[in-house]
Design a binder for this molecule. Structure first.
Ligand code: NAG
Ligand code: NAG
Ligand code: NAG
Ligand code: NAG
Length: 426
């Protein structure tokens, strides 16, 4: 089949370059802000026990992403953002004016003139250390480039975010966001207003909220297998004792990674080890490096041999699809063929291994032709090199929690169709 046919979408920050290092990029036409840029909302200080909850929309297939509505500006306007734990910066397509913007559901964001200065630590956090010159001290230029080839170039501004705690109290912090005035679409582009960066870095929205004392620096999501779900900031919406926790790698600090794993097939170790695994809600599918991908496909084909499923190369939904006697409607229909649980075993510094299990629902989809397709793809083929990416498909129907304060990642089975109940903090 033709390469590149697959609707690949991996939002994972690959590079972030200072525009000062390249003449090609223009400067934003925003005049420097002259005044105080300190944040408001001190009323909300000390409410660190509170959480912020957002319903989300979308699905793995056919939509290919999950989106959250965030209200920004004064008066607040809604924007649909792609939730991405694979990158830090939140940005909106922006009228600075816009050099190149892509189709979006809402009018372009009109930036404030409250510019983040180049010397601001938030700006430094978006640039590789060392390679960071302040050409214009009044503004912070950024460029982010994602693994699917897409990119955004712009300038950091501060604006008001309208958020609500679960106890109903409103807050309107001023947070830094990217005003993106020059976007290049990736291999698959989604009609959204921008990206909600939820990564480990200082510039992420949650880290900014934490530094203002508004929430604990914890991000969680629950992606429902039937579509929709929720996203939350803070640690008030789960019972930690029911969560399987594993430490975040101190070696791969750019991403949410529990470090390296061994691949297990049907409960047995395969000998394929040292897989560097990251969790990335900006990727719809899961990607394994060529060696592990090869093992999955060979072992699954072996398991299916002699069964009535036939490979369906004519179905180009994903690289590997199978046709049954009758079209499948749900993954459950296909489960009599696929019984295998795949898992990634993380060795937490000598302690007992922590397993991240993938039941068939976490690695299969049903295409619009009624075939069952493998939602694990060859990461080497799309340029991920040795990174293995756990995408949305494998995080469905559980809470995945990134606790940046304790530096742990956790997961627990959950019903993502219903917003969680929460205690009142009043
Ligand atoms: C900022 O404001 C001060 C006084 O309000 C003025 O002296 C200064 O020139 C202004 N700077 C810029 C860059 O506009
Ligand atoms: C994003 O989510 C909103 C609901 O919050 C929904 O109305 C909208 O259709 C979604 N947009 C896209 C482009 O998926
Ligand atoms: C916050 O709550 C108010 C009602 O108290 C509601 O009008 C508003 O839409 C909510 N804002 C968000 C961002 O959910
Ligand atoms: C995965 O992609 C790489 C690079 O394109 C290719 O060399 C390799 O054969 C692929 N692996 C499998 C099992 O298809």
């Amino acid at each position: 089949m033709r390469k590149g046919q697959v609707d690949v979408f991996i939002l994972l920050l690959f590079f972030s370059l200072s525009s000062a290092s390249d003449q090609r990029w223009r400067k934003a036409m925003i005049s420097a802000y002259n005044g105080s840029s300190s944040s408001s909302s001190s009323v909300m200080m000390n409410r660190v026990g509170s959480s912020i909850l957002f319903p989300i929309h979308g699905n793995v297939y056919p939509t290919g992403y999950y989106n959250v509505t965030i209200n920004i500006g004064h008066p607040p306007k809604p924007y649909f953002l792609d939730l991405d734990t694979g990158s830090d910066l939140t940005w909106l397509q922006c009228n600075a004016p816009c050099v190149h913007c892509l189709e979006a559901p809402h009018p372009l964001y009109q930036p404030t003139n409250d510019l983040v200065a180049c010397k601001d630590p938030l700006c430094a956090a978006l640039h590789p250390p060392g390679d960071y010159k302040c050409e214009s001290p009044d503004q912070c230029d950024y460029e982010v480039e994602y693994a699917d080839g897409g990119s955004s170039l712009g300038v950091l501004v501060r604006d008001t975010f309208s958020l609500n705690y679960t106890n109903g109290i409103r807050l309107s912090p001023r947070l830094a966001l990217g005003c993106g005035y020059d976007q290049i679409p990736g291999t698959s582009n989604h009609p959204l207003d921008g990206i909600l960066g939820l990564g480990r870095g200082k510039s992420s929205i949650v880290s900014q909220l934490q530094s203002q004392g508004l929430v604990r620096n914890v991000v969680g999501h629950c992606l429902s297998g039937i579509g929709g779900g929720f996203l939350f900031f803070g640690d008030g919406l789960y019972d930690s004792s029911h969560v399987t926790w594993t430490p975040m790698s101190q070696e791969f600090t750019k991403y949410y990674s529990p470090g390296s794993a061994e691949f297990h097939f049907g409960g047995k170790a395969t000998g394929i080890k040292n897989l560097i695994v990251i969790f990335d809600s900006g990727s719809s599918y899961t990607y394994l490096n060529s060696q592990a991908y090869q093992a999955v496909t060979v072992l699954l084909k072996k398991e299916l041999s002699g069964r009535s499923l036939k490979e369906a190369p004519e179905d180009q939904t994903l690289p590997l699809c199978w046709k049954g006697r009758k079209p499948f409607r749900t993954v459950r229909d296909a489960k009599k063929y696929f019984k295998t649980v795949l898992s990634l075993a993380f060795a937490n510094s000598g302690r007992r291994k922590t397993l991240f299990e993938l039941h068939p629902e976490a690695y299969l989809i049903i295409s619009n032709k009624g075939n069952v397709c493998l939602g694990i793809l060859n990461g080497t083929q799309v340029g991920l090199q040795n990174l293995n990416v756990i995408g949305d498909i494998s995080m469905q129907d559980r809470m995945v929690i990134y606790d940046n304060e304790k530096q742990v990642i956790g997961w627990s089975p959950a019903n993502c169709e219903h917003l969680p109940r929460f205690r009142s903090y009043m």
